[in-house]
Design a protein around this ligand. Sequence first.
Ligand code: FAD
Length: 494
Amino acid sequence: MADVIVVGAGNAAICAAMAAQERGAEVVILEKAERGERGGNTFFTGGGFRFPYRGIEDIHALMPDLSEEELARIEVGSYTEADMRSDLMRVTESQADPAMVDHLVGNAYDTVQWMSEWYGQRWVLMYGRQAYEVGDKLQFWGGMITEAVGGGEGLSEGQFEAAERAGIEIRYGAKATALLTDEQTGRVTGVRVQTSEGLEAIEAPSVVLAAGGFEANVEMRTRYLGAGWEFAKVRGTRHNTGEVIRQALEIGAQPFGHWSSGHAVAWDLNAPPTGNRRVGDLYQKHSYPLGLIVNINGERFVDEGADLRNYTYAKYGREILNQPYGVAFQLFDQQTVAKLRDEYRIREITKGEGDTIAELADDLGIDRDGLVRTVEAYNAACQPGEFNPAERDGLHTEGIDPPKSNWALPLNEPPYFGVAVTCGVTFTFGGLRIEAKTSQVLDTEDRPMPGLYAAGELVGGLFYHNYAGGTGLMSGSVFGRFAGYAAAEAALGG
Ligand SMILES: Cc1cc2nc3c(=O)[nH]c(=O)nc-3n(C[C@H](O)[C@H](O)[C@H](O)COP(=O)(O)OP(=O)(O)OC[C@H]3O[C@@H](n4cnc5c(N)ncnc54)[C@H](O)[C@@H]3O)c2cc1C
């Protein structure tokens, strides 16, 4: 018998486990995947974290190794708590739960510091992904400028090593199949687990659920996100199949959040059905603000420049799924090809080229006349102005629908380059309701459920319609950490 059981072994789970242990609890982690597939979606991430910072001094405090030359060359600006709160409310169309947003924003920077201090997490600036050369400076943009050293793999493996060092027991191949409750009080008393040896009941006074969303469950995806979602590719682990959410609902937990929505992006057309641990997140194609997106008929269907990439990418996967055959094409010319992110230079890419737009269309299998018509109309609609990819530069089109609101350079410098993409689902937005400060699960009458806590992607209420890049890991760390504290204190009677 442990003091705290944590279900799942991704970022939210390990932060919960470490925090519970920090408070003196004996912790056991139950992870469905075998050791070779450990780390959940966290392993597949870019490791990017969104948190407020006052300026370079806060970044330097996290990265004491930054050299004088680097400090002189970079421009990180500031990202205040008010900025982060406003971004989270704006992208969620003001639906995000204000108490959760406040708790997240108010504890984010402190939590990345806690990760450094408590288990030695190291951080780097996101040079390749969140910065552009502007004049003689490297200008960072988009509110998320920091990643864990080694990306998602580095983050996850470092967390496992730290948990092992700290003596936390991690049981792999251990799938939670039900939550145990006291027959008289209804209090959660443990977890029923399935392993290769059979079923087992493991008891503990506190249980933290951190088993991810339901994105890898085709039945739940189609039931909740809607028709057509069967065809989305899963970007991360095949193990986030939603049964732990169901187990909590079965004992009276409150469903919360945007159940019919999820995070979904442009993902290579020929990527495998679920994540590949070697390629990781590089099937994603996130440089579309520098070019055009068309469907197989050669028609545009979104404003590629509506906002900085971090604030549009998570909702454009859904738009791609709605196109004929669920396919789209991102097109670039020589003005921007050199600025494309690293993921455009991997071997596993579905690409095409052409010296003319017609040749590009033929190479990618897009309707030729349709594409030529679209590009001619788009080029004619581009207005003069100064191009700056590191901020909303206002370089826009006029007289076409959809418009391109920023970074609208004409597509007219051959040779042209394009990639074929489909919808890659990252995680789902619907989940359990928690009390913001303690991460304790609430029942359908808004009462805290004794012994039950939750964090990470299986919690609802923070993400609606859309998402601001880097918030998934950050919220998993914050709500995981506070779940761990509260679970330990309840278990130890503190
Ligand atoms: C390709 C990709 C890139 C991403 N990049 C970023 C990024 O850079 N920044 C960011 O903030 N977010 C990113 N995300 C989103 C990010 O993955 C999540 O926000 C975060 O990693 C989720 O952590 P978690 O702990 O909630 O879940 P996970 O890390 O998915 O962990 C859940 C764990 O629960 C286990 N589990 C499931 N069911 C059971 C069960 N019945 N019993 C026991 N265990 C179970 C799973 O096997 C899994 O290990 C990315 C996601 C993907 C897929």
